[in-house]
Design a protein around this ligand. Structure first.
Ligand code: C2E
Ligand code: MG
Ligand code: MG
Ligand code: MG
Length: 285
């Protein structure tokens, strides 16, 4: 599809890139109707205490059941939703569903102790003026206490953050909502800067977990994780590790002092009832 006539010159088309662009465009324009038609759903992945193996809560991970393309992961559509601003209503929907879900879990089982829910926030949601009020309303409507909620913000979203950006997070933290720094260790944030941020949890990026594949792991990586954990604990932050796929990784990270873990070794993301079952099985042995 090369066109050389006239003033407009087009490069020779790369059919695959074309197809990708068309899908991207198609997905982007389909997003608002998808939200209205209820094509999004949430899977929950357990967060497990490394010390005793008990299920403490779950992270909510959104998926799109697309009528033609099947189930699409968030990496396929969250960037598009961020680009168009649809992430604000979509994110609000995820928050509302997730908070209601943790309310149900808490009602149904006092047994394993109060489960908690982690919800991811996009940078666009952070700068949206309705964030604090929306969150308060959602918690109230569901009758769920703020302590049951942890909002995950990526480290990169907070790099160089000024006070205006941090204000809503501070308000939420004062209310009792936990703030976690997601994918920690992938950005270039100044460690001393951590003190300034209203965060109470560090989620160590999966790349660290991957380097714990061998037992014992690479000594330099071990030192780095050890250093992060000791810094985090001295600042009163809990450390969660993501992407734990093997028992050896779990054991190594437990020895290094990490508090909570998440990964395929424990469970893949799944429907809400499965989380409830895992928590119960775990409580009754
Ligand atoms: P994340 O918040 O870092 O979530 C962890 C990702 O790691 C999830 O991918 C999860 O399925 C995957 N994972 C969990 N355990 C393992 C493991 O053992 N091995 C490997 N290889 N992967 C594991 P997922 O569900 O595809 O989500 C990708 C990203 O999309 C999330 O990364 C998060 O940044 C974003 N996301 C998901 N749901 C939402 C949402 O509701 N709102 C926003 N703004 N972003 C979301
Ligand atoms: Mg996350
Ligand atoms: Mg993460
Ligand atoms: Mg990650």
């Amino acid at each position: 599809r090369a066109k050389s006539a006239g003033g407009n010159r087009f490069e020779l088309a790369d059919p695959e890139a074309d197809a990708r662009a068309i899908t991207r465009h198609g997905l982007t324009t389909a997003l608002p109707a998808a939200l209205e038609r209820g094509e999004f759903f949430i899977e929950y992945q357990p967060l497990v205490h490394l010390g005793d193996g008990s299920v403490r809560g779950a992270e909510a991970l959104v998926r799109w059941l697309h009528p033609q393309h099947g189930v699409l992961g968030p990496d396929r559509f969250i960037p598009l939703a961020e680009h168009t601003g649809l992430i604000v209503p979509l994110g609000r929907w995820v928050l509302e569903q997730s908070v209601r879900q943790v309310g149900h879990w808490r009602e149904r089982c006092g047994e394993p102790g109060p489960l908690r829910i982690n919800v991811n926030l996009s940078p666009c949601q952070l700068t949206h003026p309705g964030l604090v009020q929306d969150t308060v309303d959602i918690l109230e409507r569901a009758g769920v206490s703020p302590e049951a909620l942890c909002l995950e913000v990526t480290e990169s979203a907070l790099i160089g953050a000024d006070d205006d950006l941090l204000k809503p997070l501070r308000r939420l933290a004062e209310m009792g909502v936990d703030i976690a720094l997601d994918d920690f260790g992938t950005g270039y944030s100044n460690l001393a800067n951590l003190r300034r941020l209203p965060v109470s949890v560090l989620k160590l990026d999966r790349s660290f977990t991957q380097s714990m594949q061998q037992f014992p792991a690479d000594p330099v990586d071990l030192k780095i994780v050890e250093g992060i954990v000791s810094l985090a604990h001295s600042l009163d932050l809990a450390v969660t590790v993501e992407g734990v796929e093997t028992g050896a990784q779990a054991e190594q990270l437990r020895i290094l002092g990490c508090d909570t873990a998440q990964g395929w070794y424990y469970a893949r993301p799944g429907p809400p009832d499965r989380l409830h079952e895992l928590a119960l099985v775990d409580a009754t042995g």
